[in-house]
Design a protein around this ligand. Structure first.
Ligand SMILES: [Zn+2]
Length: 82
């Protein structure tokens, strides 16, 4: 999935650190400006650094919670992210 799909669907990018579990949803627009709309979502993590521990072992994926909040998949329950 490219970054442009997240932008179209109004989803943010969810980033998760595999070392310290630090995680955060980030806005997609600045990423598209830097990496382009066709950049694959799973590869964005290779360009990020964890704000908690400095690790570069970051997983990135669509932040599906944004869709839940807008009611599109409202009948499913998702875990809350601290
Ligand atoms: Zn970390």
């Amino acid at each position: 999935m490219p970054l442009s799909t997240l932008s179209r669907d109004g989803l943010r990018l969810f980033a998760y650190c595999n070392r310290c579990t630090h995680n955060r949803a980030v806005a997609v627009a600045p990423l598209i400006e830097r990496l382009g709309p066709d950049y694959p979502v799973p590869r964005v993590g290779r360009r990020m650094r964890c704000g908690g521990c400095g690790s570069r072992d970051i997983d990135t994926m669509p932040n599906w919670n944004d869709r839940t909040a807008s009611g599109v998949q409202g009948r499913f329950n998702y875990p809350e992210w601290g």
